[in-house]
Design a protein. Sequence first.
Lengths: 716, 326
Amino acid sequence: MAAEVVLMNEVESKAAQLGIDLSVDLNSIQLPPGENFGIVSDDEDVYLDDQLEFDSGFGNVIVVDNLPVVPREKFEKLEGVIRKIYSQIGVIKEDGLWMPTDPETKKTLGYCFIEYNTPQEAELAKEKTNGYKLDRSHIFAVNMFDDFDKYMRVPDEWAPPEIKPYTPGENLQKWLTDEKARDQFVIRAGTDTEVLWNDARQSKTELVYKRTYWTESFVQWSPLGTYLATVHRQGAAVWGGATTFNRLMRYAHPQVKLIDFSPGEKFLVTYSSHEPSNPRDANRVVINIFDVRTGKVMRDFKGSADEFSVGGAGGVAGVSWPVFRWGGGKADKYFAKLGKNMISVYETDIFSLIDKKSLKVENVVDFSWSPTDPILALFVPELGGGNQPARVSLVQIPSKAELRQKNLFSVSDCKMYWQSNGDYLAVKADRYTKTKKSTYTGFELFRIKERDIPIEVLELDNKSDKIIAFAWEPKGHRFAVIHGDNPRPDISFYSMRTAHNTGRVSKLSTLKGKQANALFWSPGGRFIVLAGLKGFNGQLEFFSVDELETMATAEHFMATEIEWDPTGRFVATAVTSVHEMENGFNIWSFNGKLLYRILKDHFFQFLWRPRPPSFLTPEKEEEIARNLKKYSKKYEAEDQDVSMLLSEQDREKRRKLKEEWDKWVSEWKQTHEEENLERQKLRGGEASDEEEEYEAKEVEVEELLDVSEEVLPFEE
Amino acid sequence: MRPILMKGHERPLTFLKYNRDGDLLFSCAKDHTPTVWFADNGERLGTYRGHNGAVWTCDVSRDSMRLLTGSADQTVKLWNVQTGTQLYTFNFGSPARSVEFAIGDKLAVITTDPFMDLTSAIHVKRIAKDQTEQTEESLLVIKGPQGRINRAVWGPLNRTIISAGEDAVIRIWDSETGKLLRESDKESGHKKTITSLTKAADGSHLLTGSLDKSAKLWDTRTLTLIKTYGTERPVNAVAMSPLLDHVVLGGGQDASAVTTTDHRAGKFEAKFYDKILQEEIGGVKGHFGPINALAFNPDGKSFSSGGEDGYVRLHHFDPDYFNIKI
């Protein structure tokens, strides 16, 4: 050891003599500003975000203002009071409470600093005690220490904001103008996320955009298809553009778990849940509502998980997502949250409760919005052992007036299903039988758009049948029900109209013994896929409800997901990685013809890009439907062109392959011939090695069997 | 095309062979008795009793008089096809995996497995015309390849021997000297064990099936890769139509995984491919275990498949088959 040290010293002294600096300080090596030597870091944004977050490191310090100013004698007492208040909220660090005093008068200055163990506690303390009244003249003003900088920087004089010149953005709906009227979808497999065109004419996909590690958990389209949202540790982001996908906006929300767009995609709700500092407490939940276009937080909600999990599975499993349900159709005017004995309805104009108070409903357990109108349907279960019946009511917003109410007796559970146009509401009520030992199911059907909202009761032919699935025809007047207790249940179709338009519900048909447990209506109605998922291994039946006949039956073995494209032309079935079977997806035509299949290992998501509602007027749409022949001619011609072109290319390729092969074979034939003699020799002279040449000769053989003579009398 | 189910074996099938005339079908299985069937109606004609282990392979002479069978009981037996009597028994120190008569039926190539301290080997035996003159001695023994040699066949004019096996390499040996002449290219070749190898009717090319889920077509002389056929499951057996440019691949998931999954997941189909375009034409379902053996009738109008499920399925093609256009 010693020898080595000496050696090292020698080297160093030698180096010093020669004027060479041997010490290499890694910190001293710095790249010129703005230079990265061509190595672009993917995490650059991440890095910046983190920087912001932990810049000052005082995130866990709060400043409490408006304290009483006390002389020295009372200092201890005041400190005790403050400590008592603030240690209820979290753990104050050792020496974490500092109340400065005036060095001359020895009086306190009327404020103090409190340092908690975690920023979360500090945040909570700020929230809970800001505005706390110690007495009449001392109302606490609590701020985060970090925020002080921000407030200090507010200029004293108001300067008019600079008006930036308008720069037109990209056309985010360019994909709708595709020449071939194709639809897009996004898939996530392994680490790759791809957006693809569904080119059904050529039975393949065409790549639009692909990115590795695009998202850290999942992707989601906005409801009108304008944006693709990705979810990361630091928050969510939305992507879109005319031809490719650029990042349009980011929404900071650390550890975001779930996201939800408003139906008109004006707002984005993000949700995260954080481990509590005290293991006895429930998780802390943070929900932010962003304006999608500006990225501004419109409102945030913070609290314990208990506050957000009313009505769900009893508040044990956490919140039921989405916490906020959007109402009033695509206008994004209202959103509502279920609370204990109330429903809190917020207005997006002001982002606060309508009339500043929640809608009080004792014991409400569930509610749902009409998809188009500002109408709430809410369900209150039976109370007092049946003395107070269960009830379903329709409430108009913002007037909060009850439009219709229906009392339901001996009901155990209720589910509400809205038709997509908000024309009908079906309430599935499970009722106890007289013995209370079992339940049976009935439907209460509300006609929302008719005067006084008539209600009709529908019971199945066999009342005791279990309901496996229920689905309204989108934009239509029909619905399908899977019912039965057998391993092969029945499927019934009903219409809200009868032949004579008398406004009574009527049964159209019942299909007996189907291997199905899920219903997937085409977005355009008329067609439905009766699917047997899970236990039925992916049985598919493509059914036309207009004709009441099966168009095709097929199977996508172990399919886990089924989704119609937004136009109702194609159906995608997928096996995602929840299954160890072959992962991948199939694309079918609406009538059940398999167009193509693509296998991908570790397949996670398949989502069609939604389309906004058509811009055409209903009259124009009707006109097109009437003159469909005229319009379709153009597309039929295109279809033919595509298939011709395809086969032309194909034929060319095949011809080449065939030629190559033939050439190769003929060469071989020659050598084979040449060797023929030798082969004969090997066989010991036995003729040819090919099949012996038979020659079929037709030989006629006449054989004389018998000769007999007979004398015929000659008659005159 | 309703297949004829031939239930004669009690254990998984291992090998199928038609005679030259295409009227007899020989089947080998892990039970100890090779069986001969009428290739037309699937009627059982007889069995060859004498082996004391799984029978892995067989070959029949050109005149359909003699049958050669190789077994795990470490013997290769020569039989009289008509009477079923044993004519001769070759003894080895390890199981025999494949046998083939040479052109002229005067020689036979036999491969043996690695066993105890013996390595795998390729043996060339002389088959005497007169049974009394038959001897045990090998004309040539080739050793070298690592692991099992799953198949060895004669090259053109009996001048070479072509072998393939567990090391995924196809090799051509000089059948006189035992010298290694050629090896298949590692880059383009198979990545996993080659399970089967079959020659074209004229011997110009050969088809190999492998556990790497592909089958490949090779030039018999140069060992250049001509075609590759991709599939979704390991390939256990391959066959080539002598009539049309079709190849058939059989296989399926590993036998040990069969009971844990649905039979539809196993892909126990015999898959037809266009030999030249390498495109899938169709599939023949039916087995409920992996397919271990495939053979085409020399007239190309029927084929048979043997499965892990113990069945031989004999398929006579519908007239449609001969008009397939893709």
